[in-house]
Design a protein around this ligand. Structure first.
Ligand SMILES: *Cc1c(COP(=O)(O)O)cnc(C)c1O
Length: 414
């Protein structure tokens, strides 16, 4: 793939793409090139119909019998088992529950209890904010003695020692798309006796992930990004099988009880991953998430990820070729390095450029202070789309169209 791909070459790539028909499985408005599937995945066509069925037939008609008759009670494990296939876990190692933030809290406290006497949680500066906030929250709850140690990623392995209880990192960085070598970091942590927790929010459904091969201990991730589960979709939690008997959730609600319908006064954890459930699962959101995950399970993921890499390369190279002289620079690794499926560029007026692009139907997002970020989702994007989007970035930058004052008004969500 080169930046000089002609319209005919792009057309040929799209025409011969075996994944091209998958786009028809999503609802996308005409005139929009959606480059924000890493923040809110697009709507699968199947989702609206499935939700209507869950609302009308299951909730409306079958009412409470649906917990048994329509598989509501086991949905967190069932959908977790499907996500497991996307992250290299066994089906019984993944549960859908809560938000990513809450799952981080559960994993952090559970991991620290498995390493008594060790007081340090290691992470990197610039990690996704909620990850750092949830470490702080967990440590505050646990009381004195614990500390969060932030170390630049190149120095992480050296910073691990016999006080390190947990290494908590985001596998693919939300801004730069830089990707950690999960196996190498996990092995380094294990060498000093520490555990790992990986945040897969920008990895699951975007890049190959193999938690088992990496011998990861805990992992969490988002349901509404590349998994296309819908706004506020529940998140997922992975606990390696070898930890499941000993690990305890700090939020031991009744859905994580061994016998929730025994209504015992005393808490007894359920066997396996189920003990990490807390309250009643959000069935409508879970049904939507399952539709999104099913779309990924239905395609050849090796081919999907290869297409994603090709689209990333085309987009990054085409934007840079057109704008490098105008203050736009690539943030994060080049396309051929280990990386996630979004591409970020820095520019002093990134906010305004993103707004001007949205006005043209090219939807990306802005991440403070100066990053424009574009999610490349090969399920519903082709080479022609990505080339047109790159050309729009170039046009907005070179023309100065972003200078229109209406593009400077800041909104709450960027
Ligand atoms: C999007 C994202 C989250 C989101 O957390 P929520 O609790 O679901 O809002 C967490 N971590 C990372 C790395 C993310 O990119």
């Amino acid at each position: 793939m080169t930046t000089v791909a002609t319209p005919a070459e792009l057309e040929q790539l799209d025409a011969t793409d075996p994944l091209a028909p998958v786009r028809e499985r999503f609802t996308l408005p005409d005139g929009v090139i959606y480059l924000d599937g890493n923040s809110l995945g697009a709507l699968p066509r199947a989702t609206a119909e499935r939700l209507s069925q869950v609302v009308h037939a299951e909730w409306g008609r079958d009412l409470i019998t649906s917990w048994n008759a329509n598989g509501w009670f086991t949905a967190p494990q069932r959908v977790g088992g499907k996500i497991a296939a996307l992250v290299g876990a066994a089906p019984h190692e993944v549960l859908v529950a809560d938000s990513t933030s809450v799952n981080l809290f559960k994993a952090i406290v559970a991991a620290l209890a498995l390493r008594p006497g060790r007081r340090t949680v290691l992470s990197e500066p610039g990690n996704f904010p909620t990850d750092l906030y949830m470490i702080e929250s967990a440590l505050r709850t646990l009381g004195a003695g614990y500390r969060l140690h932030l170390v630049e990623r190149t120095a992480l392995a050296d910073a691990m020692d016999d006080d390190t209880a947990l290494v908590l990192l985001t596998h693919v960085h939300y801004k730069t798309a830089e990707q950690f070598d999960m196996a190498a970091i996990t092995q380094a942590a294990h060498r000093v006796g520490a555990l790992t927790c990986w945040d897969l929010s920008h990895s699951a459904g975007a890049v190959p992930v193999d938690l088992r091969a990496a011998t990861a201990d805990f992992a969490v991730g988002c349901g509404y990004k590349y998994l296309n589960g819908g706004p506020g979709a529940p998140a997922f939690l992975f606990v390696a099988e070898r930890h499941q008997d000993a690990a305890q959730s700090p939020l031991g609600g009744w859905m994580g009880h061994a016998q929730p319908f025994a209504f015992d006064d005393a808490y007894a954890p359920a066997p396996g991953i189920t003990r990490f459930a807390c309250g009643t699962p959000p069935i409508l959101s879970l049904a939507a998430l399952e539709c999104g995950v099913d779309e990924l399970l239905a395609v050849d993921r090796a081919a999907l990820f290869a297409k994603g890499r090709s689209l990333v390369a085309l987009f990054a190279e085409r934007v840079l070729a057109g704008t490098a002289a105008d203050g736009v620079s690539l943030v994060g690794p080049p396309p051929d390095h280990p990386r996630g499926s979004h591409v970020s560029f820095a520019h002093a007026h990134a906010y305004e450029i993103v707004q001007a692009l949205i006005a043209r139907g090219v939807i990306g997002d802005f991440r403070a202070p100066d990053v424009m970020r574009f999610g490349i989702t090969p399920l519903y994007l082709g080479w022609g789309d990505v080339a047109r989007a790159a050309d729009a970035v170039v046009e907005v930058v070179l023309s100065g169209a972003w200078r229109d004052p209406r593009f400077a008004a800041r909104q709450a969500v960027t």
